[in-house]
Design a protein around this ligand. Sequence first.
Ligand SMILES: Cc1cc2nc3c(=O)[nH]c(=O)nc-3n(C[C@H](O)[C@H](O)[C@H](O)COP(=O)(O)O)c2cc1C
Length: 372
Amino acid sequence: MTPSLFKPFAVGTLRLANRIVIAPMCQYSAVDGCTTDWHTIHYGHLALSGAALLTIEATAVLPEGRITYADVGLWSDETEEALGRTIESLRRWSDMPIAIQLAHAGRKASTDLPWQGGAQIAPDHPHGWQTVAPGADPFQDGDHAPVALDDEGLDRVRSGFADAARRAARLGIDAVQIHAAHGYLLHQFLSPLSNRRGDDYGGSAENRMRFPLEVFDAVRSAFPADRPVTVRVSGTDWVDGGWDVARTVALAQALQARGCDAIHVSSGGLDPRQQIPVGPSYQVPLARAVKQATTMPVVAVGLITGYDQADAIIGTGDADLIALARTILFDPRWPWHAAAHLGARVSAPNQYLRSQPRQYRALFDLDESGES
Ligand SMILES: Cc1cc2nc3c(=O)[nH]c(=O)nc-3n(C[C@H](O)[C@H](O)[C@H](O)COP(=O)(O)O)c2cc1C
């Protein structure tokens, strides 16, 4: 019997070979928003991992929406061409479906690379720019204050997301994930801790959800109807009085009603006061709460490292898919090793078929030319 983790699944019309998703992971290795050889190498080896879906990192829909100056973007013909070259290489050697996370960092934009400390860079410094947000409150004390988005600014962000979705569609990308988690712009609208607007986009929970839902609608109408649009959320801010799981469930239901194809439940990132109970599967209860209240596919993520652990998350029905970030960076063949451990089959490139250890004789799915 096929273990739960390796049962095929569908998100909308997108067929997935198993339940393992590669989570979006910023590489901070782009130049002016353009992907580089690093991305071909990095995504290239993840695309050979046997996972069901590769998600391209947070990709800024506008230059000021980048977390750092080295983030990938999709706001111009140049950035589209560069990403097109990366995708073409991946497609040549892997048939893994490809999703892209479209993002705007809001007040958490304009920071240095993580391995250079990750501090905010002020607008008048090289590599820095003026950030925007729902209001003028900075992420943390001492940061340069963001400018509150006015009607024109909101339009620019909505169209930025829609244009990027159109570019992603042109590149043949299979699915879009809208980044509404981790304290970035759309999450800043959702949380009462970062949204203190007095207009239709602030105040009540309904008003705070308005802009993220408008962005969802804009992306949904810009991306081909037969390809999935999904959303990544933070299930809680882990701060008293902040965004919480009950609100996440309400948002998930509103998204489902608008045609969202799947929801990916992460957490935190909005407020430096967060107290996160980090441990194995620590975000799975958030995914489970959303799963119980909706019928759309739910992705769980966060310290999922064990093969049996991952299989049980799917088997118990807590989530439909699991996403891996650090786990798959550490072990890019994790899906092969999970398949070997659980007694499942996984796809591997022909060039690597001879790596199959004798004791796992039936591990790899062979294609027509596989025995050569
Ligand atoms: C190097 C790195 C880059 C990340 N970049 C992103 C990103 O672009 N978008 C996002 O939503 N989350 C990002 N994350 C968070 C991961 O997608 C994931 O939610 C988190 O690391 C927890 O999963 P894990 O325990 O498997 O690492 C990043 C994580 C890492 C380690």
